[in-house]
Design a protein around this ligand. Structure first.
Ligand code: AMP
Ligand code: ZN
Length: 436
């Protein structure tokens, strides 16, 4: 039997040791960050120096950083080293508005590769795996982030990139792919392509596990994917501002996402008061990079809503676990006075076997009333010839969603395969309400 951990000592540090390490790193971080204009000004206004830090809790003395700060100081305001030292940048793809950019030096890329290798190892990938990375390479961090991690771990990497599903399947068959990484919204479609090729991934591939992430998805979506492919799907969480993937990952127990606390300080705060909430309560995830050199980021407001799972994991790792991301605070919509997250609707839909993998939520103003219109693709095998059964299905979906979000939606069933699919992260919420 091989070893259990990628870095046993770091992954199983006692909480006390971990906090000591974080405190030391935090002091050094302040020194490094002060070399960036943005933080230099903030620190001198607030009277902050490495001596301000005596324990991890002193992080609360430090300023928050938000996406707008990255935009306002685009492109160099948060860079803490000369350009000569940087070897890569990743930038948000944003077609509108100012993009955001993150710079990395040699150590940053190496540390990121190591965290990715640790994450993959934690989910069960080993050096004898053939790992096909089915996601966009380029400025998007999922491509190169995984690539470097797979190589560092020593598995055989197939840098397949996104799309071209028939070719993906051929690659899987030609090289005996045992593990894949893909975004969840793509996998339902990939499965359909398997079917239309007359293949079943459970029988016609050597797949033994998969990693899914980069976008919110419900536990029921995960279960569906696991069933379709006949293997376990481990959740991977990250964001470009914190490198990309490799921030938090599930282990074999799939009880939550271990967040690597020797590399990031995690806080969960009330998004309105910005005060910390107790472990177990949902709030906004705030992250600080402890190791990054080229562009340290302090107390980044991710807008992601989640909670710390207040129990220990049986795998022996001491790094705390984040719960599945419920959604982003900016995804939440308010309709008829109710706060709704798209993920609540997805959770309901994915429990219904007659429903396919795609859906869209449109907020519309109809006869001066704001309505939630949910377009739902039928599962391929769902009867479409029996009007009464279709009506019953519509009623059932309407009822279940209403029970969950307290607003009665307008449900429209559409044919399997008829909703548009995006190559990258799925866009499923459209707010077309008339603003008065
Ligand atoms: P980007 O920086 O463009 O890669 O986007 C990062 C964002 O994607 C995060 O802030 C989350 O909102 C979302 N995200 C990434 N991974 C996951 C995941 N496993 N579950 C839910 N949301 C995720
Ligand atoms: Zn664990």
């Amino acid at each position: 039997m091989g070893r259990e951990y990628w870095e046993e000592e770091l992954e199983t540090l006692s909480r006390k040791q971990l906090e000591k390490l974080q405190t030391e790193k935090l002091k050094k971080l302040i020194e490094r960050a002060a070399k960036a204009d943005f933080y230099e000004k903030k620190f001198s206004n607030m009277g902050i120096s490495p001596d301000s830090i005596h324990s991890v809790n002193d992080i609360r003395k430090l300023p928050f950083t938000c996406k707008q700060d990255l935009r306002d100081h685009f492109p160099y305001g948060l860079r803490a080293v000369p350009q000569k030292e940087c070897i890569r940048l990743h930038s948000s793809s944003g077609t509108t508005g100012t993009p955001t950019v993150i710079f990395h030096n040699r150590n940053d890329i190496s540390n990121w590769a190591n965290l990715m290798a640790r994450s993959l190892y934690c989910a069960g990938v080993r050096d004898d795996d053939v790992f096909q990375n089915i996601c966009g390479y380029g400025l998007f961090t999922g491509g190169l982030g995984f690539q470097y991690g797979i190589e560092r771990l020593g598995a055989l990497s197939i840098p397949a990139g996104a799309g071209n599903s028939v070719r993906q399947i051929k690659l899987m068959q030609d090289y005996g792919t045992t593990a894949i990484h893909a975004i969840p919204s793509y996998l339902g479609y990939l499965h359909e392509v398997f079917e239309s090729e007359g293949l079943d991934p459970r029988k016609d591939t050597k797949l033994r596990m998969m990693v899914i992430g980069a976008e919110p998805h419900s536990e029921d979506t995960r279960r569906r994917i696991e069933e379709l492919f006949g293997v376990k799907a481990y959740n991977s969480f990250g964001l470009s501002e914190m490198n990309g993937p490799g921030v938090a990952f599930e282990c074999e127990y799939q009880k939550g996402l271990h967040i690597w606390e020797d590399a990031y300080i995690v806080e969960i705060v009330d998004p309105h008061t910005l005060e910390p909430v107790p472990d177990g309560e949902i709030g906004e995830l705030i992250l600080t990079t402890l190791d990054r050199e080229a562009m340290p980021i302090i107390r980044y407001r991710t807008r992601d809503l989640t909670r710390i799972i207040p129990t220990q994991c049986s795998c022996g790792r001491t790094h705390r676990m984040l719960d599945r991301i419920t959604g982003r605070s900016d995804d939440m919509f308010i309709i008829k006075g109710c706060n709704v997250f798209p993920m609540q609707i997805e959770g309901i839909l994915m429990k219904i076997p007659e429903v396919g993998n795609e859906y869209r939520i449109k907020l519309e103003t109809i006869h001066s009333n704001d309505e939630v219109v949910v377009e739902v693709e039928l599962h391929r095998d769902t009867f479409t010839d029996n009007l009464e059964r279709l009506n019953n299905l519509t009623r059932r979906i309407t009822h279940d969603i209403r029970d969950e979000i307290l607003v009665k939606p307008i449900v429209k069933l559409v044919e399997s395969g008829s909703l548009p699919k995006s190559e990258g992260k799925a866009i499923r919420l459209f707010d077309n309400r008339m603003k008065n």
